[in-house]
Write a protein that binds this ligand. Structure first.
Ligand SMILES: [Zn+2]
Length: 263
């Protein structure tokens, strides 16, 4: 994919070389990795409720507006916006986030697992919404392996982006619901993908991932996902960043139906 390739090449250069040499004119400007650290810290504070929802909202907005500005300064971002829109419309922008699976792995028959109302990223006590699609494998003995293949199911990046934050230390008994999760920022869409309940995370904050690249293996981590009544699945959420820097959940069902299958 050309857009992602160009952006990715720029980013990788920016991350590997001292950031002041490539992407940054003002040496006081934070590196991309700094934003990853800020996001990781903030999300952890939200989870343990050591920050008020209002403060969290302000910090989140500041980080996301800074990230958008950083990527807007890349020349290719504007040049490719038309191509981006056509790629999104035809579906070829996205890769199906589970290797070797068809769209029938999406929960429900018409994606009705999505319930966006009442979602608040900044208040960990707010429950009841499910602004996400769940994608399932057949795993009757709940060992994280697909019963058909005896293999783990590879979770793939739906689009190219910057890995912002990860969790890898979830343990059974933990009340945290996402388990081992990954946040990826897509600078072309200016949005965030969240992949939850992984058994194993294969990427690190600051890393650029390409659409269709393996980022983790599906698992059963998370307070509810670990329970026997929960079939093994990937929880996939997308948050569109609005002009004020705040997130709005978007149903990915239409994108998933059109996404490129990866084998
Ligand atoms: Zn879910």
């Amino acid at each position: 994919m050309r857009i992602a390739g160009v952006l990715g090449a720029l980013l990788v250069g920016g991350l590997n070389v001292a950031s002041s040499q490539v992407l940054v004119n003002n040496t006081d400007e934070p590196t991309l990795y700094t934003y990853c650290q800020q996001f990781q810290t903030l999300y952890t504070q939200i989870r343990v409720e050591s920050i008020t929802p209002d403060s969290a909202r302000m910090q989140f907005s500041r980080i996301m507006l800074s990230l958008r500005e950083r990527f807007r300064s890349e020349e290719n971002y504007h040049q490719d916006s038309l191509q981006r829109d056509s790629l999104i419309q035809t579906g070829s922008y996205f890769s199906f986030p589970l290797r070797g699976y068809p769209t029938s792995a999406i929960g429900g028959t018409h994606g009705e697992g999505y319930r966006g109302n009442g979602f608040d990223l900044f208040d960990y006590n707010v429950r009841g919404s499910h602004p996400a699609q769940d994608i399932f494998i057949t795993d009757r003995n709940q060992d994280n392996l697909d019963d058909r293949t005896g293999q783990p199911a590879d979770v793939l990046a739906m689009s190219s982006g910057l890995v912002l934050a990860i969790e890898t230390a979830w343990k059974p008994g933990s009340e945290y619901r996402g388990g081992n999760w990954i946040w990826v920022y897509d600078p072309v869409l200016n949005g965030l993908f969240y992949y939850a309940h992984n058994s194993q995370v294969d990427v690190s904050p600051g890393q650029w991932v390409q659409a269709g690249q393996k980022i983790s293996e599906m698992g059963r981590t998370g307070f509810n996902a670990y329970k026997a009544r929960s079939p093994t699945h990937l929880h996939l959420m997308y948050l569109q960043i609005q002009p004020n820097g705040l997130p709005l959940p978007v149903n990915t069902y239409a994108w998933l139906l059109k996404a490129k299958p990866v084998n």
